[in-house]
Design a protein around this ligand. Structure first.
Ligand SMILES: *Cc1c(COP(=O)(O)O)cnc(C)c1O
Length: 452
């Protein structure tokens, strides 16, 4: 299986190269040359546990990895989850389920992809006889999940930039209390935008980038999207057959990576009827799916910080399909968006998507209502999914983080403080972070000193 860039200017690459490259050199995102069709396999797949299902799915894409190796990589990636079912589907009421995606090491759904990605990187290091240095910027969950994906892996080091004092104390502990020698949490004296700007400068320095075999960790990596397809498949197969044709997956959304994975799976012959794009108050996607215009807005920090985005980086993949997989039409849209901050897709129809928007004023009330009526505690991101369920549908709300990660918001809403043993264990371990100026030269010096 080969992979092409949405912008059409990059030669097709195999799976491992596309994963190692991350963002295509032409600025586009990788997608499979052709999507496989799983429709005839569904009865057989329904019998598999999570890791076996993931292997059967990934083998259609990762065709350059020997099958026994791929099976071992996938199996290992989900041994770090604390729930036996990996992604438990819980029934909360008639026509209502929650899919718990927070039983990985950092208690958020990003572990599904980043545990696998970490093991894929490790495998590539072994095959190529090279080391790899992973670099990313985070405002919270991604950094922690990426760090736990590479924790202690030989031949790898990971450097995560974050704004000092501006990530939640628990998120910071998840990044800084690992005790692993290959993990470097760099607390910068600036904002998240400063961290991202520094990251851009560092990656645009080709000599530095290739000299240290730097790889980016961000939400556009192809392997992340594919790994996320699997829990939609797993959940859909667990629904009673009578409900499968009425289901709507409700997805708390920021960069569109999570819901894109579900939509891609639908294009692969799994007849999922629809998806709800549930945004917080940073609602570019809500506005797009209700008006057809994609228009940049300002970011207002919210109670659901991992959904605080200005533009949704993975959205380009959906647009690519919607313009008939025509890189020229896509490029024209992206150029227009870059120049004017807006673009409109002609002939847009919702195509199975609904959308909802949830402000900070809504979130505490939703947490209270779900707790009172359903006896279930949702984190502030998952709460956005409960804003407006579609009548007549079976709703499967994706629970993207554990409520234990957001004790202050939960306590303020319902007077209870959810806990998790893994977070309690972190509280007694020393914080190891490196305070640096948010300037590229300083960060590059640090990386050069500590890279593998
Ligand atoms: C990252 C994240 C999201 C948003 O996911 P996208 O793929 O960016 O849409 C939602 N909830 C939580 C808890 C997250 O960490």
């Amino acid at each position: 299986m080969n992979f092409l860039s949405t912008r059409g200017q990059t030669p097709a690459l195999g799976f491992s190269d596309a994963v190692a490259t991350g963002l295509a050199p032409d600025g586009g995102l990788f997608l499979p040359v052709a999507l496989p069709d799983f429709s005839a396999d569904l009865p057989r797949l329904a019998k598999l546990g999570y890791a076996d299902l993931c292997f059967e799915f990934m083998r259609a894409f990762a065709t350059d990895i020997p099958l026994t190796t791929l099976r071992a990589i996938v199996a290992k990636s989900y041994t770090t989850f604390s729930a036996a079912e990996i992604a438990p589907l819980k029934k909360l009421g008639p026509d209502l389920y929650v899919l718990e995606l927070f039983h990985g090491p950092t208690l958020a759904f990003k572990d599904f992809a980043l545990q696998l990605l970490g093991n894929l990187y490790e495998y590539q290091c072994t095959v190529r006889g090279e080391t790899i240095n992973v670099l990313g910027a985070t405002s919270g969950d991604t950094g922690a999940a990426a760090i736990h994906g590479l924790l202690g892996k030989p031949g790898t080091a990971i450097f995560i930039l974050y704004p000092d004092g501006r990530v939640s104390p628990l998120q910071e502990r998840q990044m800084t209390c690992t005790g692993a020698e290959n993990v470097f949490a760099l607390a910068l004296d600036g904002t998240f935008d400063d961290a991202q700007a520094a990251l851009k400068v560092i990656f645009s320095n080709q000599a530095f980038r290739t000299g240290h075999r730097l790889s980016a960790v961000n939400s556009i990596n192809l392997a992340r999207v594919l790994a996320q397809c699997v829990y939609y498949l797993y959940a859909w197969l667990r629904l009673p057959e009578s409900e499968r044709s009425r289901v709507e997956f409700v997805v708390p959304t920021g960069n569109f990576g999570n819901v894109l994975a579900g939509w891609l799976l639908q294009q692969m012959g799994v007849p999922i009827p629809g998806f709800k794009v549930a945004t917080n108050q940073n609602d570019i996607l809500y506005r797009f799916f209700t008006t057809g215009e994609y228009r940049v807005g300002a970011v207002a920090p919210s109670l659901a910080p991992s959904m605080d985005i200005q533009v949704a980086s993975n959205f380009e993949r959906l647009l690519y399909y919607r313009v008939g997989r025509d890189p020229e039409r896509l490029l024209a849209l992206m150029d227009e968006f870059k120049a004017t901050g807006r673009c409109r897709v002609e002939g847009w129809d919702r195509g199975g998507f609904t959308a909802s928007r949830c402000t900070d004023a809504d979130i505490p009330g939703i947490i209270r209502r779900v707790h009172r009526e359903l006896g279930y505690i949702v984190d502030p991101h998952t709460a956005c999914g409960f804003k407006a369920l579609s009548p007549g549908r079976v709703s499967v709300v994706l629970a993207t983080a554990s409520p234990a990660k957001f004790p202050d918001t939960i306590r303020a809403a319902i007077g209870l403080e959810p806990t998790d043993p893994s977070l309690d264990a972190l509280k007694v371990r020393p914080v190891i972070k490196h305070r640096l100026r948010a300037d590229p030269a300083t960060i590059m010096r640090f990386i050069a000193q500590h890279a593998v």
